[in-house]
Design a protein around this ligand. Structure first.
Ligand code: THU
Length: 160
């Protein structure tokens, strides 16, 4: 028997002030997108901003439903909208953040498992890594180079 070790490197910034101005701007666009969330049930507003290779920014926010499982996350709303509007355009980055009712989540909020899988599909589709920029209401910012770092042993079309 052998043991396999899986590890990932994440860049940790103390605040958006340490980011490049472009990354700080994308994070702000994700924050603005969070304000468009329809989240009357959780009061947990999530915002995503995708930066495409052509410079276009596509926002998304979570949209909830009285039938709870019908809810769609911010990240998938953004990435599906980008794919529908710009089907052949690679995605460079995605910033993800929140505006929570309590307003005090000061650690970065990572995407849920379904969104990780959905985002990874577009790394494969466009043969290009997607950088993730993550923040909570405030506080540290994590930058992850590729979804592969957040989703080890991932499932892709090579198994089909
Ligand atoms: N949510 C997202 O928008 N993205 C995630 O990655 C995790 C969860 C939303 C779904 C729901 O509207 C609320 O956050 C609480 O789960």
């Amino acid at each position: 028997m052998q043991k396999m070790n899986i590890s990932a490197e994440i860049a940790v910034y103390e605040s958006p002030a340490e980011l490049s101005s472009a990354d700080a701007q994308l994070l702000q666009q994700a924050k603005d997108a969070a304000e468009t969330a329809y989240a009357p049930y959780s009061n947990f507003k999530v915002g995503a901003a995708l930066l495409l290779e052509n410079g276009t920014v596509v926002p998304g926010s979570n949209q909830e439903n009285a039938a709870f499982p019908v809810t769609m996350c911010a990240e998938r709303n953004a990435i599906f909208a980008a794919s529908a509007q710009y089907p052949n355009m690679p995605i460079a980055k995605i910033a993800i953040t929140i505006v929570s009712q309590k307003g005090n989540i000061n650690k970065p909020v990572p995407p849920c498992g379904s969104c990780r899988q959905a985002i990874y599909e577009y790394e494969i589709r466009h043969k290009q890594d997607i950088e993730l920029i993550l923040q909570g209401d405030s506080g540290q910012v994590y930058i992850v180079d590729t979804m592969k770092d957040l989703l080890p042993l991932l499932f892709d079309s090579s198994y089909l």
